[in-house]
Write a protein that binds this ligand. Sequence first.
Ligand SMILES: [Zn+2]
Length: 254
Amino acid sequence: MAAQAFTIHPVAALDDNYIWTVSRNGQAVCIDPGEAGPVLDYLHRHGLSLAEIWITHHHHDHTGGIAGLKQVFPQCTVYGNRDIAAADRYAGEGVQWLFGGCRVEVWHTPGHTAGHLSYLLHDAEGLHVFCGDTLFSAGCGRVFCGTAGQLYVSLQRYAGLPGHTLFYPAHEYTAANLRFAACVEPDNPAVRTARAAAEHMPTLPVSLAHELRINPFLRTGGRQVAQKAAEYSGGKLADGAAVFAALREWKNRF
Ligand SMILES: [Zn+2]
Protein backbone atom coordinates (compact mmCIF):
# COMPACT_ATOMS: atom_id res chain seq x y z
CA MET A 1 0.00 0.00 0.00
CA ALA A 2 1.31 3.45 -0.88
CA ALA A 3 2.20 5.67 2.06
CA GLN A 4 -0.39 8.25 2.97
CA ALA A 5 0.59 11.72 1.72
CA PHE A 6 1.69 14.37 4.18
CA THR A 7 -0.76 17.09 5.07
CA ILE A 8 1.09 20.40 5.08
CA HIS A 9 -0.91 23.25 6.54
CA PRO A 10 -0.06 26.82 7.59
CA VAL A 11 -1.29 27.94 11.02
CA ALA A 12 -1.56 31.73 11.12
CA ALA A 13 0.01 33.25 14.23
CA LEU A 14 1.12 36.59 15.68
CA ASP A 15 0.81 39.47 13.19
CA ASP A 16 1.89 37.79 9.99
CA ASN A 17 3.63 34.49 10.79
CA TYR A 18 2.85 31.15 9.25
CA ILE A 19 3.62 28.18 11.49
CA TRP A 20 3.76 25.31 9.00
CA THR A 21 2.54 21.94 10.23
CA VAL A 22 3.35 18.62 8.56
CA SER A 23 1.34 15.58 9.55
CA ARG A 24 0.88 11.95 8.61
CA ASN A 25 -0.82 9.07 10.48
CA GLY A 26 -1.69 11.24 13.49
CA GLN A 27 1.87 12.50 14.07
CA ALA A 28 2.75 16.13 13.43
CA VAL A 29 5.71 18.43 13.14
CA CYS A 30 5.47 22.18 13.45
CA ILE A 31 8.06 24.56 12.13
CA ASP A 32 8.96 27.81 13.94
CA PRO A 33 6.13 28.06 16.47
CA GLY A 34 6.08 31.75 17.39
CA GLU A 35 3.19 30.99 19.72
CA ALA A 36 1.65 27.82 21.09
CA GLY A 37 -2.11 28.52 21.19
CA PRO A 38 -2.99 28.42 17.48
CA VAL A 39 -0.85 25.28 16.97
CA LEU A 40 -2.50 23.50 19.90
CA ASP A 41 -5.94 24.42 18.52
CA TYR A 42 -5.03 23.01 15.13
CA LEU A 43 -3.55 19.79 16.57
CA HIS A 44 -6.58 19.31 18.80
CA ARG A 45 -9.10 19.86 16.01
CA HIS A 46 -7.36 17.28 13.83
CA GLY A 47 -6.57 14.73 16.54
CA LEU A 48 -2.83 15.10 16.04
CA SER A 49 0.04 14.49 18.43
CA LEU A 50 3.07 16.75 18.19
CA ALA A 51 6.17 14.61 17.57
CA GLU A 52 8.74 17.21 16.51
CA ILE A 53 9.42 20.95 16.34
CA TRP A 54 11.89 22.25 13.75
CA ILE A 55 13.42 25.67 14.40
CA THR A 56 15.00 27.64 11.56
CA HIS A 57 16.42 30.49 13.65
CA HIS A 58 16.39 32.12 17.05
CA HIS A 59 14.02 35.10 16.49
CA HIS A 60 11.21 35.22 19.03
CA ASP A 61 8.43 35.11 16.43
CA HIS A 62 9.80 31.65 15.49
CA THR A 63 10.52 30.26 18.96
CA GLY A 64 8.10 31.92 21.42
CA GLY A 65 5.70 28.95 21.43
CA ILE A 66 8.20 26.16 22.15
CA ALA A 67 7.72 26.14 25.93
CA GLY A 68 3.92 26.11 25.69
CA LEU A 69 3.97 23.22 23.21
CA LYS A 70 6.43 21.22 25.32
CA GLN A 71 4.10 21.59 28.30
CA VAL A 72 1.36 19.76 26.42
CA PHE A 73 3.65 17.43 24.43
CA PRO A 74 6.69 16.88 26.70
CA GLN A 75 7.88 13.98 24.52
CA CYS A 76 8.23 16.04 21.35
CA THR A 77 11.75 16.60 20.05
CA VAL A 78 12.91 20.16 19.28
CA TYR A 79 15.50 20.39 16.49
CA GLY A 80 17.64 23.51 16.13
CA ASN A 81 21.09 24.93 15.66
CA ARG A 82 23.47 25.61 18.56
CA ASP A 83 21.98 29.07 19.11
CA ILE A 84 18.59 27.54 20.05
CA ALA A 85 18.64 27.06 23.81
CA ALA A 86 15.44 24.97 23.80
CA ALA A 87 16.71 22.45 21.22
CA ASP A 88 16.78 18.80 22.31
CA ARG A 89 18.68 17.67 19.23
CA TYR A 90 21.30 19.54 17.27
CA ALA A 91 20.38 20.17 13.66
CA GLY A 92 22.97 21.62 11.33
CA GLU A 93 24.37 21.20 7.83
CA GLY A 94 24.03 17.60 6.66
CA VAL A 95 22.08 16.28 9.65
CA GLN A 96 19.34 13.86 8.51
CA TRP A 97 16.60 11.76 10.06
CA LEU A 98 13.26 10.22 9.10
CA PHE A 99 9.85 11.68 9.77
CA GLY A 100 6.79 9.65 8.71
CA GLY A 101 9.14 7.36 6.79
CA CYS A 102 10.56 10.23 4.72
CA ARG A 103 13.97 11.82 4.82
CA VAL A 104 14.46 15.18 6.48
CA GLU A 105 17.71 16.93 5.57
CA VAL A 106 19.13 20.09 7.13
CA TRP A 107 20.95 22.85 5.28
CA HIS A 108 22.77 25.67 6.98
CA THR A 109 21.46 28.72 5.10
CA PRO A 110 22.92 31.78 6.85
CA GLY A 111 22.29 35.41 5.98
CA HIS A 112 19.12 36.47 7.79
CA THR A 113 20.88 35.16 10.90
CA ALA A 114 24.28 33.49 11.14
CA GLY A 115 22.80 30.19 12.35
CA HIS A 116 19.72 30.01 10.10
CA LEU A 117 18.72 26.48 9.00
CA SER A 118 16.43 25.13 6.28
CA TYR A 119 14.62 21.80 6.61
CA LEU A 120 14.22 19.79 3.40
CA LEU A 121 11.54 17.09 3.47
CA HIS A 122 11.78 14.53 0.68
CA ASP A 123 8.57 12.65 -0.12
CA ALA A 124 7.20 10.71 -3.09
CA GLU A 125 5.84 13.90 -4.65
CA GLY A 126 9.09 15.82 -4.41
CA LEU A 127 10.88 18.21 -2.14
CA HIS A 128 9.43 20.57 0.46
CA VAL A 129 11.73 23.27 1.86
CA PHE A 130 10.90 25.01 5.14
CA CYS A 131 13.02 28.07 4.66
CA GLY A 132 12.07 30.30 7.62
CA ASP A 133 13.06 33.90 6.89
CA THR A 134 15.60 33.15 4.15
CA LEU A 135 13.32 33.21 1.09
CA PHE A 136 9.93 34.88 0.77
CA SER A 137 7.85 34.80 -2.36
CA ALA A 138 9.26 37.57 -4.59
CA GLY A 139 11.70 38.54 -1.84
CA CYS A 140 14.10 37.44 0.87
CA GLY A 141 14.77 38.04 4.55
CA ARG A 142 16.52 41.07 5.93
CA VAL A 143 20.09 40.73 7.08
CA PHE A 144 20.27 40.67 10.89
CA CYS A 145 23.26 38.83 12.35
CA GLY A 146 24.38 37.26 9.05
CA THR A 147 25.71 39.03 5.95
CA ALA A 148 24.28 39.87 2.52
CA GLY A 149 27.04 37.71 1.02
CA GLN A 150 25.87 34.69 3.03
CA LEU A 151 22.24 35.30 2.10
CA TYR A 152 23.19 35.49 -1.58
CA VAL A 153 24.99 32.14 -1.38
CA SER A 154 22.04 30.56 0.48
CA LEU A 155 19.56 31.72 -2.18
CA GLN A 156 21.86 30.55 -4.98
CA ARG A 157 21.94 27.16 -3.31
CA TYR A 158 18.12 27.04 -3.31
CA ALA A 159 18.21 28.03 -6.99
CA GLY A 160 20.09 24.81 -7.80
CA LEU A 161 17.20 22.61 -6.57
CA PRO A 162 14.69 21.10 -9.04
CA GLY A 163 12.15 23.62 -10.38
CA HIS A 164 9.16 21.84 -8.84
CA THR A 165 10.63 22.14 -5.30
CA LEU A 166 8.11 23.82 -3.01
CA PHE A 167 9.14 26.54 -0.55
CA TYR A 168 7.28 27.29 2.67
CA PRO A 169 8.38 30.69 4.03
CA ALA A 170 7.40 31.79 7.54
CA HIS A 171 5.74 35.01 6.40
CA GLU A 172 3.42 36.10 3.64
CA TYR A 173 4.95 39.35 2.39
CA THR A 174 4.25 38.54 -1.23
CA ALA A 175 2.16 41.55 -2.28
CA ALA A 176 4.63 44.05 -0.77
CA ASN A 177 7.59 42.17 -2.27
CA LEU A 178 5.98 42.21 -5.70
CA ARG A 179 5.62 46.02 -5.55
CA PHE A 180 9.41 46.11 -5.19
CA ALA A 181 9.93 43.44 -7.89
CA ALA A 182 7.84 45.53 -10.31
CA CYS A 183 10.07 48.52 -9.61
CA VAL A 184 13.25 46.50 -10.27
CA GLU A 185 11.85 44.79 -13.39
CA PRO A 186 9.06 46.90 -14.86
CA ASP A 187 9.29 44.92 -18.12
CA ASN A 188 8.87 41.44 -16.55
CA PRO A 189 5.39 40.14 -17.50
CA ALA A 190 5.58 37.27 -14.95
CA VAL A 191 5.91 39.86 -12.16
CA ARG A 192 2.81 41.70 -13.44
CA THR A 193 0.76 38.49 -13.51
CA ALA A 194 1.94 37.40 -10.05
CA ARG A 195 1.10 40.85 -8.68
CA ALA A 196 -2.48 40.68 -9.87
CA ALA A 197 -2.87 37.20 -8.35
CA ALA A 198 -1.25 38.08 -5.01
CA GLU A 199 -3.78 40.81 -4.27
CA HIS A 200 -6.55 38.23 -3.98
CA MET A 201 -5.30 34.99 -2.48
CA PRO A 202 -2.70 33.34 -0.28
CA THR A 203 0.31 32.54 -2.41
CA LEU A 204 2.20 29.97 -0.34
CA PRO A 205 3.82 27.55 -0.79
CA VAL A 206 5.64 28.63 -3.94
CA SER A 207 7.61 26.60 -6.44
CA LEU A 208 11.23 27.35 -7.21
CA ALA A 209 10.35 27.63 -10.91
CA HIS A 210 7.86 30.43 -10.10
CA GLU A 211 10.37 32.25 -7.90
CA LEU A 212 13.03 32.04 -10.60
CA ARG A 213 10.61 33.97 -12.84
CA ILE A 214 9.58 36.70 -10.38
CA ASN A 215 12.01 37.04 -7.46
CA PRO A 216 14.60 39.76 -8.13
CA PHE A 217 16.84 38.29 -5.41
CA LEU A 218 17.09 35.09 -7.49
CA ARG A 219 17.39 37.03 -10.76
CA THR A 220 20.58 38.97 -10.06
CA GLY A 221 22.02 37.69 -13.34
CA GLY A 222 19.21 39.34 -15.34
CA ARG A 223 20.11 42.41 -17.42
CA GLN A 224 17.34 44.68 -16.15
CA VAL A 225 17.86 43.62 -12.51
CA ALA A 226 21.61 44.30 -12.71
CA GLN A 227 21.05 47.62 -14.49
CA LYS A 228 18.44 48.88 -11.98
CA ALA A 229 20.56 47.78 -9.02
CA ALA A 230 23.54 49.66 -10.51
CA GLU A 231 21.37 52.76 -11.00
CA TYR A 232 20.28 52.54 -7.38
CA SER A 233 23.81 52.18 -6.03
CA GLY A 234 25.25 54.77 -8.42
CA GLY A 235 27.96 52.62 -10.03
CA LYS A 236 28.73 49.43 -11.90
CA LEU A 237 28.36 46.25 -9.83
CA ALA A 238 31.02 43.58 -10.23
CA ASP A 239 28.99 40.38 -9.87
CA GLY A 240 25.79 38.70 -8.73
CA ALA A 241 26.73 39.08 -5.06
CA ALA A 242 27.18 42.85 -5.50
CA VAL A 243 23.85 43.13 -7.36
CA PHE A 244 22.22 41.17 -4.56
CA ALA A 245 23.70 43.39 -1.82
CA ALA A 246 22.53 46.52 -3.67
CA LEU A 247 19.01 45.11 -4.05
CA ARG A 248 18.90 44.23 -0.35
CA GLU A 249 19.93 47.81 0.57
CA TRP A 250 17.37 49.23 -1.84
CA LYS A 251 14.58 47.03 -0.50
CA ASN A 252 15.44 48.05 3.09
CA ARG A 253 14.60 51.62 2.15
CA PHE A 254 11.77 50.87 -0.28
ZN1 LIG B 1 13.67 36.21 11.61
